[in-house]
Design a protein around this ligand. Structure first.
Ligand code: KG4
Ligand code: ZN
Length: 348
């Protein structure tokens, strides 16, 4: 039966709530972003994020219920993202979800945030074709998994340093584009020459499905500011980012993006060589990137694999994906109880 599920998401810097029916039919999707709070620090400040979630979670849930045109009593279950993420941020959502589930006497479903990103292509769409390869490319994570069915993930690879979105964000700060700057690099790269600088693509061991973005980040730093001169605390860069002319900035953005996305193509191709898959399922903020969407489209077409990308509304952190994945979890009896707690890292 199609259940009405209220989802809550507060793992990082978006406070979100959504109502989804039957795992796919999104009736409301409210997201209160905190970018204005964190941008002057060029990154998320966990303590500020927790406080902002606390202020916003009540009104965001109310808006999601109102916009869906339902009453609290119509909700069949409450779903919440409980791992991985910033612990103080996650705790706000988990406490709100537990209170609601208890007061409404409805089941509580704890949902893994990364797993939910892989449900985002199902929102407003159909079933996943399994076995699938799952690719999460977000601000905090970069993972490749095998999905025997939509509920069971086996981790094949992950980043050994920065996440791809984190690399885009740091690159954007370096290029003077502000934070979070993934979308700004995407836009600027459109007018740049992607072959201007041959940035490194981290291959790692020949059969590795792990990712690494710290070398690319350092190469961009040196391309923008020159090699450091001097040693230790005395070291100084030769140039400042403000010395870049407009075309050089576009070329660096395009060249950085090419290297970052080619690493994704390489690891996806390796994974498809190593594992049988009917589809490639993608989620996370970086799946909004135009080059990512084009490159993965080419790879999947060449391999005869179905590509399942999220609609642009569901790439970034949202609660619709949490409420969506909760539907098959609930049907499988995978419910939580009042002992549900938050975890900074995924635990299975
Ligand atoms: O999935 P998400 O909302 O948060 C995490 O779970 O981490 O992803 C946010 C990330 C940020 O790093 C942001 O810069 C990046 O997604 N992003 C993009 C684009 N739009 C958002 N990166 C590259 N190109 C884009 N168009
Ligand atoms: Zn996320």
């Amino acid at each position: 039966m199609d259940q009405v599920i209220l989802g809550i998401e507060s793992s990082c810097d978006e406070t979100a709530a959504a109502v989804v029916i039957g795992g796919r039919d999104v009736r409301s999707n409210i997201i209160a972003t905190q970018h204005d709070l964190h941008e002057r620090f060029d990154g998320v400040v966990p303590e500020l994020a927790s406080r902002a979630h606390l202020e916003r979670i009540g009104p965001v849930i109310e808006s999601a219920v109102r916009e869906a045109g339902i009453a609290l009593g119509d909700i069949d279950a409450i779903a919440v993202s409980y791992q991985p993420g910033l612990i103080g941020s996650l705790l706000t959502g988990v406490a709100a979800a537990k209170s609601l589930a208890w007061s409404l006497q409805k089941p509580l479903v704890g949902v893994d945030h990364l797993h939910a990103h892989l449900w985002s292509p199902c929102l407003g769409s159909h079933e996943l074709e399994c076995p699938a390869l799952g690719l999460v490319i977000s601000g905090g994570h970069t993972t490749l998994s095998r999905m025997q069915d939509p509920l069971h993930l086996e981790l094949l690879g992950h980043t050994i340093d920065d996440a791809i979105g984190e690399a885009f964000d740091k690159a954007a700060v370096l290029l003077g584009l502000g934070w979070p700057g993934g979308a700004a690099i995407d836009a600027l790269a459109e007018q740049g020459d992607e072959s201007a600088v041959d940035f490194p693509i981290a291959r790692l061991a020949p059969d590795s499905l792990d990712f690494s973005y710290s070398g690319l980040k350092t190469s961009l730093l040196h391309a923008v500011r020159g090699q450091p001169v001097g040693r230790g605390a005395e070291a100084r860069f030769q140039r400042d980012a403000s010395d870049l002319d407009a075309q050089r900035r576009r070329d660096l953005a395009a060249s950085f993006q090419r290297a970052a996305v080619e690493a994704v193509r390489l690891k996806v191709e390796r994974a498809l060589d190593q594992h049988e898959a009917s589809s490639l399922v993608v989620g996370g903020g970086v799946s909004a990137n135009r080059r990512v969407r084009r490159v993965l489209g080419e790879t999947c077409e060449a391999r005869g694999v179905v590509l399942r990308l999220p609609a642009l509304d569901y790439c970034m952190d949202n609660a619709a994906m949490i409420a969506g994945l909760a539907h098959p979890l609930l049907e499988a009896g995978l419910v939580s109880d009042s002992t549900l707690s938050a975890h900074a890292r995924s635990r299975n």
